[in-house]
Design a protein around this ligand. Sequence first.
Ligand code: PMP
Length: 433
Amino acid sequence: MTTNQQLFDAASDVMPGGVNSPVRAFGSVGGTPAFMVSAEGSRLTDAEGKEYIDLVGSWGPALLGHKHPAVIDAVHAAVDSGLGFGASHPSETRLAELVRSRVPGAEMIRMVSTGTEATMTAVRLARGATGRKLVVKFAGCYHGHSDGLLAAAGSGVATLGLPGTAGVTEAQTSETIVIGYNDRAALEQVFADHGEDIAAVITEGVPANMGVVPPQEGFNAFIREITQKHGALMIFDEVMTGFRITEAGQWGASGRQEGWTPDLFTFGKVIGGGMPTAALAGRREIMEHLAPTGPVYHAGTLSGNPVAMAAGAATLEHATAEVYQHIDSAAEAVATGLGEALDAAGVDHTIQKAGSLFSLAFGTSATGVHDYAQAGAQEAFRYGPFFHAMLEAGVFLPPSVFEAWFLSAAHDDAAVEQILQALPGAARAAAAA
Ligand code: PMP
């Protein structure tokens, strides 16, 4: 048997850090990553034959659980017709229509291959459509790794963005303004100072990349209002939340109930059902600024790939109201069990939850977590021991405290029970850290 350690050594020799995406590395929790070889329902199996209940869900796409029969059948049928045509084909329109039928305001759609490409293109489109240059983002929101969106966190006060990574120059982030999340006053100030030059405000439907940080009551509606007032666009990044935090499977990260729509959406993860696809969507007159109808260029060899379209369409078609009810109640059970286990072990914490998405923040009960600064101030050192105790007990969590936990339609009572059984031991490990 090849061990996880042997696989990690081989991977590290040929790929930086042994991974193709740093979130998969065990950098912040330590230890040797498990190398997965198969996935089914709520479970993953590693190279050593150990089985785990999966709470990563492929980082979001696995809404129905792994290897859902309808998705696999749709993929097989698509593969049998060819892996790609380099030409238009009917299943692109089918997935686009499915998205439009569920998302008020998504009048037209452009398929792309990753969430990064979706947000990058949405920003370019916003600049092209408005003729303005500045983009406002919130500290702690992640919108993929395009240069201009990798601006570092400001702290409450508006700052012109500083690069958040080596390799990005100040020139590339100098037109991104970073302000604190949930900070209405900072947003007002930014518009007072730069209103005429702001092309767009980009925000996550519910931020879930600094842990889950729900918008305070009315915050998204406030972004909508202030952008409209100043002729700027609102880009609602639903790569994480789209078709996951919903109202019975319809769009609803917040706007549906409140009666507003953003100008542009971005989707990824669930929309591709586990295959590499993502999308931007929005009002017709804005979307038609994209090439070939308009002057804003975007293209992609694999955009609208037929196998990905088939996986996405089958996933959305099976994401019924019952599926969402199931996931919401499974998430509720796990989040409640998590809170009880931590309380019993005397570990100060908050559980941040929005629909079925939730995350844990240690040592934050006095302040709660409303922005990036509060998320960053938590006792993150408790997560490594907590994570490894869960892993030992057969539960695969995201290897960072700043990531959300993902439940799926395949997390049945037995899976939830196994998670609940593992939590008290992990809570004690966190207490001892
Ligand atoms: N936006 C959000 C809100 C995300 O959560 C992510 C990825 N986690 C992205 C954009 C980037 O998507 P991708 O990793 O597919 O490029």
